[in-house]
Design a binder for this molecule. Structure first.
Ligand code: NAD
Length: 387
């Protein structure tokens, strides 16, 4: 069997890698630049890391700060309209997945006609035709991997949908852990478990390959080893660096192998209850993996070992079972509620969540255990009860 492996053209990683920004911007001969970011990052002064050197080099930088977490479609329409109106040479995204996803849409759809809505995966009617304006993506969370994936996620009324095309791949990704030092513990935890979920789901995906396996296992090692430290002591450089590499590798892994059941069930939770993407993945991760465990015991054993545990004297069944327990422990250790009740979701919501999750057919198709409506309800129910 042959596999297609896709990577974004250029990445810089590691502490201080943002120093490469100016040379990359110059490579595109860009003079008029749009910086898409969220208002909090401007307040924190993180935008100065971009604006100051570029303006010093004679470039014009327009800062667009209308990004909100888990951006709804309307925010996507707005940023695209703004980008079309002002004719930029280059778009830079600085922030978490929310800012980066909007940057990708802005860059590509600036040179397309129609609404953002027309290009949505589940309900859209138009195809992306061309690359659009060059983009440089600079993550400030260690979570989504958006800087190296070809999708943008938008929140709809009761669920989420994506725009996906290889033209959404950034021209340059700059993954500098120094930019994540200011992340508070709660966001470090949610985004970190999001990255772990990407790696775990890529590893058990029906579309996993030797390349995505290598990326996913290394991501699991780095994240499992460092997430508790990063949450407890955000200034620990080694932990921040590991989380940054971990989320980057996990992003590359899931971009190539896909995510599966956890994400399919998490999207409706994010859409209906406005719970952060990382939190909705985290609360479901142990329950989805517990439910599908028997379909991928060998792979769950590998995950257990990558998390730093010895499985030498354990059968695959025992190790896979312990893996689920350790995933739940990790979520609890970083202070994320480990039941749906903990997020104030009531039992009468489970039916509606199930109806929306079953629509995520493309994502569900990657699950090693086919998940039908009754399975999805059963998983939500166990996440609700905490068993
Ligand atoms: P986010 O971008 O929504 O940011 C969360 C919060 O963290 C914001 O309030 C932001 O201001 C703050 N923040 C970000 N960086 C900070 C820093 N360095 N210091 C202090 N505060 C900081 O969070 P996210 O989890 O990175 O992104 C979530 C979005 O990404 C969701 O919409 C999700 O669906 C999407 N997503 C996209 C992909 C993809 O491949 N494109 C993958 C997974 C998730």
């Amino acid at each position: 069997m042959s596999e297609k492996i896709t990577f974004a053209p250029i990445s810089y990683t590691g502490w201080g890698s943002l120093e490469h920004l100016e040379e990359e911007v110059k490579r595109f001969n860009a003079k008029k630049i749009l910086l898409v970011t969220d208002p909090f990052l401007e307040e924190l002064g993180l935008t100065n890391n971009i604006v100051v050197p570029l303006e010093k080099a004679g470039m014009e930088v327009d800062i667009y700060t209308e990004v909100v977490p888990e951006p709804p479609l309307a925010i996507g329409e707005k940023v695209v309209a703004y980008t079309r109106e002002h004719q930029f040479d280059l778009v830079i995204g600085l922030g978490g997945g929310s800012a980066l996803d909007l940057t990708k849409i802005a860059g590509v759809l600036a040179t397309h006609a129609g609404k953002v809505e027309d290009y949505l995966n589940l309900t859209g009617t138009k195809e992306i035709q061309s690359k659009g304006i060059p983009t440089i993506l600079v993550p400030t969370t260690s979570g989504t991997g958006s800087e190296i994936t070809n999708i943008s996620v938008l929140s709809l009324e009761t669920t989420k949908d994506v725009i996906a095309h290889d033209y959404l791949l950034a021209d340059v990704a700059i993954v500098d852990p120094a930019l994540t030092i200011s992340l508070p513990p709660k966001i470090t935890a949610a985004t970190g478990v999001d990255a772990l979920t990407h790696a775990v789901e890529a590893y058990i995906s029906k579309f996993a390959s030797p390349v995505s396996d290598a990326l996913a296992l290394q991501a699991i090692r780095l994240i499992s080893n460092s997430i508790r430290i990063a949450v407890k002591n955000g200034t620990n450089k080694q932990a921040r660096s590991d989380m940054s590499y971990g989320s980057y590798l996990a992003g590359l892994a899931f971009f190539n192998a896909g995510v599966a059941g956890v994400h399919a069930l998490a999207y409706p939770i994010g859409g209906q209850f406005h719970i952060a993407h990382g939190d909705s993945n985290a609360v479901l991760l142990p329950y989805v993996m517990g439910y599908i465990r028997q379909s991928c015991e060998k792979r769950m054993k590998d995950i257990y070992e990558a998390m730093g545990f010895s499985a030498t004297n354990l059968s695959q069944t025992e190790a896979s079972y312990k893996c689920v327990i350790e995933l739940k422990r990790l979520v609890e250790d970083v202070n994320i509620p480990s039941t749906l009740k903990g997020f104030n979701i009531t039992e009468d919501a489970l039916e509606g969540l199930t109806n929306d999750a079953i629509e995520q057919k493309r994502i569900l198709a990657r699950s090693p255990l086919p998940l039908l409506k009754e399975d999805i309800y059963a998983i939500y129910k166990s996440a609700f009860d905490g068993v």
